[in-house]
Design a protein around this ligand. Structure first.
Ligand SMILES: [Fe+2]
Ligand SMILES: [Fe+2]
Length: 197
């Protein structure tokens, strides 16, 4: 993870760097007129007793996704740094990539078919915001499909293939960059809806 990676909710709350009136990602795509709920329920209240029972399930799924992503990049970095050998790299990363892809597809499917349509019916004025998140899912699907193809090649590669590792690393970084913005924008839109309803 780079120094510019957005802080987790807990970290940001812990060191008081959140500005409650602003979306948190430095390149947030949320328009100010979509933040009327965010302004009523800013992130420093998401884990308070009044709201945590309604918000934590969503935030914990996102925390799990961020953690999985972090571990994958750590393994990739360890191989690049020469800390682990090819066979250990392959055995550590291959099944974790499959689980990461599975979890993301599962989560996006529930959002696309259940939650997002429901939220748009509740708040039609937020439709354009959810359309951004929908497009992210389509873009992520493409990246995850590419990652799956590369990971299948990895599973059957018995000899060291540095070019393949490089391609995998690049796809992981691409997915990580898009997800860091997607998850944060999504939380700023969705968590206040969950908390206030
Ligand atoms: Fe999403
Ligand atoms: Fe999500």
């Amino acid at each position: 993870m780079t120094a510019s990676t957005p802080k987790s909710n807990h970290d940001a709350i812990a060191d008081n760097t959140l500005d409650a009136s602003m979306p948190r990602h430095p390149e947030s795509r949320l328009q100010s007129e979509w933040l009327f709920l965010y302004d009523k329920l800013p992130p420093d209240q998401w884990f308070s007793n009044d709201y945590v029972y309604k918000t934590s399930f969503w935030l914990s799924i996102h925390a799990d996704i961020r953690k999985r992503q972090h571990v994958l990049i750590q393994i990739s970095d360890a191989y690049h740094a020469g800390d682990i050998e090819w066979l250990e790299y392959r055995s550590q990363i291959s099944s974790r990539i499959n689980q990461y892809i599975f979890k993301l597809h599962q989560h996006h499917n529930i959002e696309d078919t259940g939650y997002f349509p429901q939220f748009m019916r509740m708040y039609p004025q937020l439709k354009a915001g959810f359309e951004i998140l929908d497009r992210d899912h389509v873009h992520l699907d493409t990246l995850l499909n590419e990652l799956q193809v590369l990971n299948s090649r990895l599973a059957s590669s018995n000899t060291e293939d540095k070019a393949l590792v490089e391609q995998l690393h690049q796809r992981l970084m691409d997915a990580s960059e898009l997800l860091s913005q997607h998850l944060t924008d999504e939380e700023d839109l969705v968590i206040p809806i969950l908390g206030l309803n």
